[in-house]
Design a protein around this ligand. Structure first.
Ligand SMILES: Nc1ncnc2c1ncn2[C@@H]1O[C@H](COP(=O)(O)OP(=O)(O)O)[C@@H](O)[C@H]1O
Ligand SMILES: N[C@@H](CC(=O)OP(=O)(O)O)C(=O)O
Length: 470
């Protein structure tokens, strides 16, 4: 039984690197406590946004600018700004032992190498036979890789400067001609690493034949983390974040009111990932779940706290609600069509349009003549979707409306009358429930409420089901 852990450090946490050193990487550790770990790092917070596009407000990064075919050179100015931003990060890390000239040279080499590739690609496509859009996913992969290579290389350097036997494990594919499959790449990278005496610092981005971004897009770091844990047979995976996994968003209900979740299971974790509170990307969880590797979510700024342990087996001994989670960036698309009565495959036809627009349904209501899907996507995309559905079903009335989804979740929610209690909590707070989603498995109940009442709904449920019951 190996006894090493694989530990992922998120971007927001990486940006407070002095605390990462004290709380995660070194602190009061010595001897073998420093080793028997594999550290997978994300890019520093905000860097990938500059390289691609902003994860939340979609502000254009290098990739977004490059992929616009208006042949302007704004992308080149943008990548120069990324280079300068990375070197400013380096400068802030000099007091921790970073060799600035070496670190800046690393940044320039990667940035100018990618710039030269993109210039060559632009020239190649100008001849007409090569189509730019056939190469954009590769461009997206190449740009993403820079961020994680930067943070991993810096971390490796700083640890080495502090006398730790760190090892830079660069999975970004830089200057590699062999195009290995994901698992093979990881296997080869760790084949000759002595975990007892070396501390691997791994780029969260992996270049591989399958192309992580095509399938997982911005979840690639957790895919790398999960695959490394599975391939190296870790005893536990740890994700260091800047918060505890709590009974609700501390920013909504107040940090003093939330309860830190001590344990939960991958079923609850799956539900959370659809509600914008991703403990771990569900596909990344799948690998660890199937390998029986526990996942621990730790608060990087409270290293002494054990955090939340997520296993497949965990089930609360007493039936209870554990978490209130939700999201208000949701639009419902309701298709009411009395001509659908009796049709077997109407939803298949509707979902074909969702697939065409690359949209995933977060939840669904259905009855004899009405099918409603809940999606998170830009409104203009949803309007196009709605138009496409209407063209397929001219007799249908299509309603689109912004709403919020609020869920009560638990590893054992066999609480008699819990549905009544939850609806009562919302009603007493003056919040109408427009729809309810509940399956037979006692893991969650979801309420559809007005978008603007999202936070009130979370608070009302948290007070009634978690604070008053305590
Ligand atoms: N149940 C919850 N427990 C903790 N934080 C939550 C919860 N629900 C929502 N949040 C919010 O999620 C934020 C972290 O979002 P996330 O994107 O997962 O972090 P990161 O950027 O580190 O991956 C927290 O800062 C907190 O405001
Ligand atoms: N750095 C990438 C990958 C990532 O997962 O970051 P984080 O661990 O901060 O979510 C991004 O910003 O998308």
């Amino acid at each position: 039984m190996t006894h090493h852990t694989v530990e992922k450090i998120g971007g927001t946490t990486m940006s407070q690197f002095d605390k990462v050193l004290d709380n995660i990487l070194i602190g009061d550790r010595s001897g073998s406590q420093l080793y028997n770990r594999i550290i997978v790092v994300s890019a520093y917070g905000g860097v990938t946004d500059l390289l691609l596009e902003h994860k939340k407000n979609r502000e254009q990064g290098v990739y977004a600018l490059f992929s616009e075919s208006d042949s302007s050179w704004t992308w080149s100015d943008a990548i120069s700004k990324v280079s300068d931003h990375m070197c400013r990060i380096n400068a802030e890390l000099e007091p921790l032992g970073l060799d600035i000239s070496f670190a800046d040279r690393f940044v320039r080499e990667r940035i100018e190498g990618v710039r030269s590739c993109l210039l060559d690609l632009t020239r190649l496509c100008s001849y007409g036979h090569f189509q730019l859009d056939e190469h954009l996913m590769t461009v997206r992969e190449m740009l993403s890789a820079i961020g994680e290579a930067h943070s991993a290389h810096n971390t490796y350097q700083i640890l080495s400067a502090q006398g730790i036997n760190a090892r830079f494990v660069d999975l970004s594919g830089w200057m590699e001609t062999e195009n290995l499959a994901f698992e093979e790449k990881i296997r080869q990278a760790f084949a000759d690493i002595d975990l007892e005496n070396e501390l691997p610092i791994v780029t969260g981005y992996t270049q591989c034949r399958e192309g992580l971004m095509d399938t997982y897009d911005r979840g690639y770091t957790e895919m790398t983390f999960s695959k490394v844990a599975v391939i190296t047979e870790a005893r536990e995976g740890i994700i260091h974040k800047e918060f505890h996994l709590s009974s609700a968003d501390p920013k909504t209900v107040g940090e003093d009111k939330t309860i830190i979740i001590g344990g939960t299971n991958y079923d609850v974790s799956d539900q959370l990932s659809d509600l914008g509170m991703e403990a771990i990307h569900p596909q990344a969880a799948k690998g660890m779940r199937k390998s029986g590797i526990p996942l621990r979510i730790k608060n990087a700024f409270e290293p002494e706290h054990p955090g939340t342990l997520i296993t497949s087996e965990y089930k609360s001994t007493e039936p209870r609600v554990e978490i209130i989670a939700g999201r208000n960036d949701v639009t419902l698309v309701e298709c009411w069509d009395q001509d659908m009565v009796g049709h077997i495959d109407r939803d298949t036809d509707i979902m074909a349009h969702f697939t065409a627009f690359g949209l995933r349904s977060l939840a669904k209501d259905i009855n004899a003549n009405t099918i409603t899907h809940y999606v998170s996507a830009p409104l203009n995309t949803i309007k196009k979707l709605s138009k496409a559905i209407k063209q397929s079903f001219p007799s249908a009335d299509i309603l689109i409306r912004k709403v919020a989804l609020v869920s009560i979740l638990g590893s054992n929610m066999n609480v008699p009358g819990i549905l009544h209690e939850a609806v009562l909590a919302l009603t007493e707070a003056g919040i109408d429930v427009h729809a309810i989603h509940k399956c037979m498995r006692p893991v969650g109940i979801q309420f559809v409420v007005d978008e603007e009442l999202f936070q009130d709904a979370v608070k009302a449920l948290h007070v009634k089901l978690l604070e008053e019951d305590c």
